[in-house]
Write a protein of this length. Sequence first.
Length: 156
Amino acid sequence: MLNCAIIMGRLTADPELRTTQSGVSVTSFSVAVDRSFVRAGEERQTDFINVVAWRQTAEFVTRYFHKGSMIAVQGSIQTRNYEDKNGNKRTAVEIVANNVSFCGSKAETGTGNAAPAARPAAAYRSGNTEGFSVLPTNDDDAFPFGDTDDDDGLPF
């Protein structure tokens, strides 16, 4: 059996951290996810998907995400039954988050102190081959597949 859900969208409200009676951190939030298709002459539709995060994931979400933040959520779909305040039986469908990730720019996510992006090595960036060297090869074991004998001088 397989139960995997991955969504990416924007938080509809600031997530609030709660604690169960046994001291476990939990937060519930909703993610607005645009549908991938648009009918001719209509506006793009949006689904509002409920998500629950527990323990460290809940603490991470409430610390670093806020209303409007772009978020990616990976988890599983779960249903539960409950009675509302009028005594009506209801069913809730939600994603239980296993992993959450930042999406979008640093300005959007508020992570301005993130590590700078990796830069290519100087020799590669300038087109200079000075930093590279030719590796010696032994014709007998240069490549595990051997030569295809197409007489181009290459071992493959």
